[in-house]
Design a protein around this ligand. Structure first.
Ligand code: CP
Ligand code: NVA
Length: 339
């Protein structure tokens, strides 16, 4: 549980000591505030001079297995790995990573060949099972439950724009889904005010909301979950939305279009936010649905800054994880130990 982390006992300093303890990046719930700040500090350094990190992943092979489509995540990971001197192997898995063998068995093969595994899956358990069985770092590149790289890039973007994250109010109008989950947990870690407005029946997972509130009790964050987009957006520094039907929910798109319509981020909703408020979206956007062209293309929109920062944040994550020693024993090692 995130609350067990000792760093939660105090507010995170802006320049954290080097204490990154993670061996995978699966969920924001696993990170302490210190670790989030450490990711941001390294992101800033790498973004300022990527060439200084040109050999950071030298000789390392990364496999990327994706069950769902991607533009931003695929290209930013591949470009980032290349820039840092590593090599990326992309494997599209539309039938599912586990269509031929169990995730644990896939992991026991992969760890013999590559130094890192990047996964985009439907089930979150596919990612956690791979991580538990691979002796090399596993990175969550989106599951139905979380999108941690996205949320970290988004709050890094907010830090660039506003500086002081604990004073920020971030409003999210839309689905209480993977992106909202990771944003809520990141806001909790950083002491921000996160106000989520969802249609009834589309609330975030109870355990994630509970975890975010527990973290918030230590960091001073405010986590609000309701059904009123106008109330959520009132006075916000940032207004965020995501698609109404996520990948895998395409058959519900018609029904969701009606249910989510009152949560559309348009000029009228944006007018309730602070005058300096920015508009955010993980992309891809469905123009005319969750956001209007007028808002998406306005000077307030920082969506391409978020997309750019995916690259820099992920580079920092890969560098921090590159030296991770997991101590996971593969099946053959376990058998050898018994012999
Ligand atoms: N935001 C995001 O993850 O985009 P892709 O689905 O294109 O990777
Ligand atoms: N919630 C969206 C995010 C896409 C980046 C989805 O899962 O499809």
């Amino acid at each position: 549980m995130a609350t067990a982390h000792p760093a939660l006992a105090t507010k995170a300093p802006r320049s954290a000591p080097a204490i990154f303890q993670q061996t995978d990046l699966l969920s924001i719930q696993d990170l302490s505030p210190y670790e989030v700040h450490e990711i941001f500090a390294l992101t800033k350094t790498i973004k300022a001079k990527p060439s200084a990190f040109g050999t950071a992943l030298k000789g390392k092979q990364y496999v990327m297995m994706f069950e769902k489509p991607s533009l931003r995540t695929r290209i930013t990971f591949e470009a980032g790995i290349n820039t840092l001197g590593g090599h990326a192997l992309f494997m599209e898995c539309p039938g599912g990573i586990e269509s031929r063998e169990k995730a644990a068995d896939v992991a026991r093969n992969l760890e013999r060949w590559v130094q890192g595994i990047i996964l985009r899956t439907f089930k979150h358990s596919t990612v956690t099972e791979m991580a538990a069985n691979a002796g090399v770092p596993v990175i969550n590149a989106l599951t139905d439950r979380e999108h941690p790289c996205q949320a970290l890039a988004d709050f890094f973007t907010l830090q660039e724009k506003f500086g002081d994250l604990p004073k920020l109010k971030v409003a999210f109008a839309g689905d209480g889904n993977n992106v909202a989950h990771s944003l809520m947990l990141t806001a909790a870690n950083l002491g921000s005010h996160f106000s989520l407005a969802v249609p009834k029946g589309y609330e975030p997972a109870k355990d994630i909301a509970q975890a975010a509130k527990e973290i918030a009790a230590h960091t001073g964050a405010v986590i609000e979950i309701g059904n009123d987009p106008q109330a959520a957006v009132a006075g916000a520094d940032a207004v965020y939305t995501d698609v109404w039907a996520s990948m895998g929910q395409e058959s519900e798109a018609g029904k969701r279009d009606t249910i989510f319509r009152p949560f559309q981020v348009n000029a009228a909703l944006m007018s309730l936010a602070a005058p300096h408020a920015v508009f955010m979206h993980c992309l891809p956007a469905h123009r005319g649905s969750e956001v209007t062209d007028e808002v998406l293309d306005s000077p307030r929109s920082v969506v391409y800054d978020e997309a750019e920062n995916r690259l820099h944040v992920q580079n920092a994550i890969m560098v921090l994880l590159a030296g991770a020693r997991k101590g996971v024993k593969s099946a053959s090692a376990i058998r050898a130990g018994r012999a």
